[in-house]
Ligand binder design. Structure first.
Ligand code: PSV
Ligand code: MN
Length: 415
């Protein structure tokens, strides 16, 4: 037995012993971790996420087909992802049937589609003063039509959702009328919602600032929830972890949204300051653990079904090999989920009832401090993935192979 394998077996045994006097079963945990799949966005396969220098790592995917190949590789070695989320117009399939077939062969399905009215991209009318909230009805119509077109593309691929993120807002006081902008956004969204098939959901993102720095039309979860409630029960709020002001209690937002059955899903990433799009778990893993705690608790209390929630990574940066970064992010998310599964929710509830604050903290900390890497690794091995995907990726020299195939200067499309 190799050394990593010995450590793996010993760690599993230790975890088994630690769980002995709890209700938690190792095999049940492994199954839950194995079942938890996170979609990868088509824009995360290249170096990017910046308006400053883009330093290509070489061998980046040059088209949608190559992006799917990269995600197929991730799916095969990590077993933590089985879906791609496309951004239109960055990834318009030339031949939807062929793309669908390629994805199927790679074991990938199509997660929510993303519309884009935050860049002009050759649209005849400019979004400089907003898209769905623009004072000009013709521009609003153009933005609505774009979303309807994205729905059509998604239908042809078998997607079941539309994610809308708006950059709409204003940079200076007086530039926009707050109430009108909100009203027009709601009206435009109603048209988009009306154009969605009945088995689709609309995922509405919020973000406090950027690219507008005075006001954003949908700045927070409350505004997003308000708009969703005007649309219908297939419209829900999407939580992008980076779309909060520093120190926001995101786990509380998650609990509140679940309590109202209004949580659409997640865009996972991490941040120190704002929408930094850093690798999930690299800055605030404890926060992610607490978020998973609320998700597990909400699903357990049946306020919202676990299966109704969408999971996706939304990160893109400039200094790591994007595939290595995604391997790390998928691992970090699975680890925080596994740690949250270790919390004895009944005991936590008892601490809350008895006002045992220190006891509650002990329970959370004990779960968070437990090393669950062997569990995540075991789930991957049992699913047929690589024991250590990063080591495999490096050992097989996959980036070098991609550079040889696609070229050292190959830059990913989009962003
Ligand atoms: C906006 O910052 C965002 O999070 C939205 O989800 C976009 O679709 C994505 O980034 C890509 O730019
Ligand atoms: Mn996002």
């Amino acid at each position: 037995m190799s050394n990593p394998e010995k450590i793996h077996q010993k760690s599993l045994q230790l975890l088994q012993e630690q769980l002995e006097d709890t209700q938690i079963e190792l095999s049940v945990m492994i199954k839950k971790i194995a079942d938890f799949q996170i979609a990868v966005p088509s824009w995360a396969l290249g170096a990017g996420g910046t308006r400053f220098g883009r330093f290509s790592i070489g061998g980046e995917p040059r088209n949608l087909e190559e992006k799917l190949d990269d995600i197929g590789l991730l799916a095969r070695i990590t077993k933590r992802t089985n879906a791609v989320s496309l951004h239109i117009p960055w990834d318009i399939p030339k031949d939807a049937a062929a793309i669908k077939q390629q994805a199927k062969a790679l074991g990938i399905s199509f997660d929510a589609m993303n519309s884009n009215t935050f860049q002009d991209y050759g649209q005849p009318l400019s979004y400089k003063m907003g898209s769905l909230s623009n004072p000009d009805a013709a521009i609003r119509k153009q933005a609505v039509d774009h979303n309807l077109e994205v729905i059509e593309i998604g239908k042809s691929l078998g997607s079941k959702g539309l994610t809308v993120w708006l950059a709409d807002g204003s940079n200076f006081p007086g530039q926009a009328n707050f109430r009108n902008a909100l009203q027009w956004t709601g009206d435009s969204l109603k048209e988009i919602y009306g154009g969605m098939p009945t088995d689709w959901k609309l995922l509405l993102e919020y973000k406090p600032y950027e690219p507008n720095f005075y006001h954003t039309v949908i700045p927070d979860w409350g505004t997003s929830a308000l708009l969703c409630s005007q649309l219908g029960d297939r419209a829900k709020v999407l939580v992008d972890l980076g779309h909060h002001l520093p120190n926001t209690n995101i786990e509380q937002i998650v609990a509140t949204l679940m309590h109202q059955n209004l949580l659409a899903g997640f865009h996972f990433n991490d941040s120190k300051y704002g929408d930094d799009d850093l690798s999930t778990g690299s800055i605030k893993p404890y926060q992610l653990f607490l978020i998973f705690g609320e998700l597990i608790s909400g699903a357990r209390d049946k306020v919202q079904a676990w299966e109704s929630i969408s999971w996706m990574i939304d990160a893109s940066h400039n200094v790591k090999d994007p595939i290595e970064d995604l391997i790390q992010a998928l691992e970090a998310i699975s680890i925080c989920y596994a740690k949250a599964l270790l919390v004895d929710r009944n005991r936590l509830m008892n601490c809350q009832i008895q006002g045992d604050v220190a006891g509650a903290q002990e329970l959370l900390q004990a779960a968070f401090q437990t090393d669950v890497r062997a569990l995540v690794r075991e789930a991957r091995i049992q699913s047929g993935g690589e024991a250590d995907p990063l080591a495999y990726y490096r050992g097989e020299k996959i980036r070098q192979q991609l550079i040889a195939k696609r070229g050292v200067g190959a830059k990913a499309t989009g962003l």
